[in-house]
Design a protein around this ligand. Structure first.
Ligand SMILES: O=C(O)CCC(=O)C(=O)O
Length: 326
């Protein structure tokens, strides 16, 4: 049985504004350290970070990750795959979800974007779409959306993906505990607009104990390619501990901390899944292509995982008080 971590206990999401309660001034200070302030609009909000130029060499891979076969993933080879995950920090699985499941997830996402779920307020648009939104035709709107958050309780098909027994079985193995959903997101890189998500560790965003076993599950709904902004990773980086993050093009590690000799790229076909450790260094380039790149991302924590304060998180992942610059 998966514990559904919705409501006030969902934790604090530095990228979209979460529900962790801390007081006034302190909250504002911590907020400004870790996020661009999103701008509220009638439909949702606009991303607080603008698309900014970056060195394309940050996303020049030395190797392409070859996913294992979806059917093998839970077969007799499972122990080997878990071992690979422990050592590399990720596991890529092709064809984990079938065409019907992918189609249902995409339809659910479009329903939410089109306002089909009263009460859903988790839409965030690309900053680059700010001017276009006022005059956009309704059917064009989905190509301006950057992310959807907190949607699984609004859509049965998306909820079914997040709680899929096969997915939970492998997550349970990786976190060695009963999983709770900590975060649910759809991450979209609209054609020609989708901005870069600079290199980071997911754990730097969450007020979770530093030793909590957390797994991020990234599910491709379109083909995710080098051209439209698939994931780039540094294998084994999760074993090297926390890296200081800075507020630059996003809440990210310094570009100079990216060891370019170790970068690999993980393209996925629709229905493919990448599971990765919350300390794994990863990033995605901008989508300059005419192709959509839509994905789901669910984060699972042990159901019993405690919470830490934002200040405790920033003492480790933030730069304040440390002799570091970027
Ligand atoms: O572009 C993406 O989908 C990756 C985003 C990501 O790594 C994140 O939101 O933590």
């Amino acid at each position: 049985m998966v514990a559904l971590g919705f409501g006030p206990d969902r934790g604090y999401d530095a990228t979209v504004g979460g529900s962790y309660q801390i007081g006034g001034e302190m909250a504002a200070t911590i907020d400004s350290l870790t996020r661009g302030a999103p701008v509220a609009i009638p439909d949702g909000e606009i991303d607080g970070f603008e698309a900014t130029a970056y060195d394309p060499g940050l996303y020049a891979a030395h190797r392409v990750v070859v996913p294992i076969d979806g059917h093998a993933a839970l077969g007799s080879d499972i122990d080997d795959h878990v071992e690979t995950y422990e050592s590399d920090g990720y596991l890529a699985i092709a064809g984990f979800f079938d065409r019907a499941e992918v189609a249902a997830a995409l339809a659910g996402m479009v329903r939410l974007i089109d306002g089909g779920a009263p009460g859903f307020r988790g839409l965030q648009f690309e900053a680059g779409a700010r001017k276009l939104l006022a005059t956009a035709a309704p059917e064009a709107k989905q190509d301006y959306v950057r992310k959807l958050t907190g949607f699984t309780q609004f859509d049965a098909d998306l909820h079914a993906i997040a709680t899929h027994p096969r997915l939970l079985a492998i997550v349970r193995r990786l976190i060695r505990a009963e999983p709770a959903i900590f975060e649910d997101k759809a991450l979209i890189k609209p054609p020609r607009l989708g901005r870069e998500k600079p290199w980071h560790q997911d754990h730097a965003y969450w007020n979770l104990p530093l030793d909590a076993r957390v797994v991020t599950v990234w599910i491709a709904l379109d083909a995710a390619t080098e051209a439209n902004g698939c994931l780039y990773l540094i294998p084994g980086s999760h074993r090297e501990g926390a890296v200081v993050h800075f507020k630059r093009r996003d809440w990210q590690i310094c570009d100079t901390e990216v060891d370019r000799n170790r970068v690999v790229v993980a393209p996925l076909d629709p229905g493919g899944v990448l599971l990765f450790n919350s300390y794994l260094l990863h990033g995605t380039p901008a989508n300059a292509s005419p192709m959509r790149r839509r994905a789901l991302q669910f984060v699972y924590v042990p159901a019993e995982a405690a919470r830490i304060t934002p200040a405790e998180r920033l003492a480790v992942f933030g730069s304040e008080g440390k002799d570091v610059t970027c």
